[in-house]
Every structure is written in structure tokens, then in C-alpha cells.
Write a protein that binds this ligand. Structure first.
Ligand code: GLY
Length: 382
């Protein structure tokens, strides 16, 4: 039970709510959830007819017509806009195109924007919803594993600048998140593989969340990797729900990342630096996070909070899910420079989230630069 007396054993729970000062999100995790999207949107925002759906081109082509149909069946009028797939769409240019589109449609303050796609679309459309008319309602319908377990929940929105990832953004809670794990079957192999990195991240930190009962994720990932990669049900939905339950518990205790929420950056310090150094798109987000998890495991083993056996366990899990083991095409000096300019640096000190024990992490701001260099070189940075 959490502090509000609600069960956090959510393996079978299909709908949960996340409550923070910034708002309340209803999160539905259910195979087929998108078929009922119209009714759920109408219930969440009664009296509104139009829904401004932002999708990436691939999602729009694959699922757009069916999704429009689901909205129309509930008497809603979908207005859909496709943006190019890929990190390049998280830009001021594409955000401006969306503002122009909304203005051209005379979108009103009560009418929801719905992000239909992966993390890029969720962050981009979320940021546009947070800022257009000083904020219009937001719904998220994630279609990738990463977006389902992480980016669609918790209210982070943003776009990239040439100087770095997510440098412009807002905390803005979606009123509704519709997670349909059935969509995972339509993902290309590489996209799915990438998403497991963030699932593994949750397995490595779930015991660090105060008030969260159980520690089931890491053993499940280690024991049921093959079934999970085959998206066997009900296992797959159970894992998605567990990740969301962990994220909800973290965000409810620290919406604006002043403390506990920083643990969700496990693997992201090196991960973001890799994405920016190699060029957005060279590594998927998940591949970069996987390498970041390997780096964190090595730093922890070198300096003490954990040991070589945990590093081996983390490597084995990442290997099992087909995630990369070597940094390629990145100079160590470039990576170190990016790490030093990460937006999470405080007073010049990098806050490293490091694994301390299975399922448990800690935050350290005293990791020597030469240790970081050695670990990056060990992983292949030139
Ligand atoms: N993706 C990390 C967070 O939402 O805080």
C-alpha cells in the first residue's frame, strides 16, 4: 500500500490514477484500449467534439484510419496531423508547424491534443499542448514500448535544441494516457528491442522507491526474457503495468524532479551524451540508455557501491535483450564534454545514478572524471 492506502500491486489493475500538484492522470493499460479511446476521451472532456491528433507518419499510416474510426464511433471529430518519424521532429520548427496547424483550425482552449506515437511525438505534442493558448488538455496514446512504460507518463514534455536534448520543455500532466500493449506486435524488431532498455532500468531501481510494495520486475526480466521478447500475454501487460506503477510512485513523490525522480535518469547521463555526440538517430534512445546502464554498472563496481557480480548481472540482462555492448563512433572527449553540459548538472557536479544492489540505486556527485573516462574507453569510446 502507498501513503494514500492504495494498492501498488497493479499486475491486474487496468486503470490507475497519478495525482500530483500539476494535475491528475488517468492511465489505462489494457489490450484493445485504443478501441475505447473515443468513449474515454468523451468522458474525460465532456462537451468537446474535436480531438487534435498528432501522430508520426508511420503510426498515422498504420493505425490512423482505425483510430479515427474509434473516435468517430463516440461522436468525436478527429483532426489528424502527421509529423516525420524520428528525433528530428522534436524541434522548434516542427513545434511551430503544429502551432500554425492548431491556429489554422481555430483550436479552442478546452479541446484536447492527443499524442499518438512514440516518445518523440509524446514529448513534442505534449510541449505544444502545454504552451498553445497557455495550455490545452493533453492525452497520450503511446505506441512504442519506451513511450508506454516511461515517456507518456509523468508529464515531461519537450523539444531539443542543437545544444542538447530536451533543453526546452515543460512539466505538463496528460489528463488521460491510453496504453494498448497489443500495439507492440506492430513495432519493428529494432524499435521493440530498444524499449526493453527502459524496462530494465525500472527493474534496476524498483527497490529504491519508498512505499512501493514488492520487487518483482528484475526477477521477471531475468527469468522470463524469452517469453517477454515474444510479447506473451498476460506477462507482457503485467510488466508494462509494473513499470507504470513504479513511475507513478516516483512521480507522485517528486513531480518536478527535485529529488527522488532523479533516479529515473539511471543510464541517461551517458545515454543522452551518446545520442547528442553520435547525432540524434545514430543510436536509438534505448540503445544509448543500454550503454549508459553498462557505464553506470561499471562506475559502481569501480568505486564501491556495488561490485563486479552486479555488473555481470546487468550486462547479462542487456545481452539477453539484444542491447548493444560497445560504444562506436564516439570520441571520449566529446562524450565527457556532453556529460558536463547535461541539464542535470548542479553547481558543476554531475549527479550519477548508480546501481548499489539488485533493484536498488543511489545518487552520487563525487564520481571522478578519470573514472568516467576509463569506463567510456572500456566500452569502446575512442
Ligand atoms: N523519463 C524520466 C522521467 O520521466 O523522469
Amino acid at each position: 500500500m502507498d501513503r494514500r492506502g492504495r494498492s501498488l500491486q497493479t499486475a491486474e489493475e487496468t486503470s490507475l490514477s497519478l495525482r500530483v500538484p500539476g494535475g491528475v492522470s488517468t492511465i489505462v493499460v489494457e489490450r484493445g484500449a485504443l478501441a475505447s479511446a473515443g468513449a474515454r476521451l468523451a468522458r474525460e472532456w465532456p462537451g468537446e467534439r474535436r480531438v487534435f491528433v498528432v501522430a508520426d507518419e508511420r503510426v498515422s499510416e498504420l493505425h490512423g484510419a482505425a483510430f479515427d474510426g474509434a473516435l468517430r464511433a463516440a461522436g468525436l471529430e478527429p483532426c489528424r496531423k502527421a509529423v516525420p518519424a524520428g528525433e528530428g521532429s522534436k524541434s522548434l520548427t516542427v513545434a511551430a508547424e503544429l502551432y500554425d496547424w492548431l491556429a489554422g483550425q481555430r483550436a479552442e482552449r478546452g479541446e484536447p491534443v492527443l499524442a499518438f506515437g512514440g516518445g518523440v511525438v509524446g514529448d513534442l505534442a505534449g510541449f505544444v499542448a502545454a504552451t498553445y493558448l497557455r495550455g490545452v488538455p493533453l492525452a497520450q496514446a503511446p505506441t512504442t514500448l519506451l513511450a508506454m512504460v516511461d515517456s507518456s507518463v509523468g508529464g515531461k514534455t519537450g523539444i531539443n535544441l542543437p545544444a542538447g536534448k530536451n533543453l526546452v520543455g515543460a512539466f505538463y500532466q496528460p489528463g488521460l494516457v491510453l496504453v494498448d500493449p497489443g500495439l507492440l506486435h506492430t513495432l519493428p524488431e529494432g524499435g521493440l528491442r530498444s524499449g526493453w532498455a527502459d524496462v530494465i532500468k525500472y527493474g534496476l531501481l524498483e527497490r529504491s522507491v519508498p512505499g512501493l510494495a514488492g520487487a518483482e520486475l528484475l526477477p521477471l526480466l531475468e527469468g522470463e526474457g524469452r517469453a517477454l521478447r515474444a510479447l506473451q500475454e498476460p506477462l507482457c501487460s503485467r510488466v508494462v503495468r509494473r513499470c507504470i506503477a513504479i513511475k507513478r510512485a516516483v512521480v507522485e513523490q517528486d513531480e518536478r524532479e527535485t529529488g527522488l525522480r532523479r533516479i529515473l535518469n539511471l543510464g541517461h547521463t551517458v545515454g543522452h551524451a551518446l545520442e547528442a555526440t553520435a547525432g540524434y538517430g545514430r543510436y536509438t534512445h534505448g540503445e544509448a540508455v543500454a550503454l549508459g546502464l553498462r557505464a553506470a554498472a561499471r562506475l559502481a563496481a569501480r568505486r564501491g557501491p556495488s561490485d563486479i557480480s552486479l555488473q555481470g548481472r546487468i550486462d547479462a540482462l542487456l545481452d539477453d535483450f539484444g542491447l548493444p555492448a560497445r560504444i562506436e563512433g564516439c570520441a571520449v572527449d566529446d562524450l565527457l564534454r556532453r556529460i558536463g553540459s547535461d541539464k542535470k548538472v548542479r553547481q558543476g557536479r554531475v549527479h550519477w545514478v548508480l546501481p548499489e544492489a539488485p533493484g536498488q540505486v543511489g545518487i552520487y556527485d563525487d564520481v571522478p572524471g578519470d573514472e568516467v573516462r576509463a569506463v567510456l574507453e572500456e566500452l569502446g569510446a575512442a
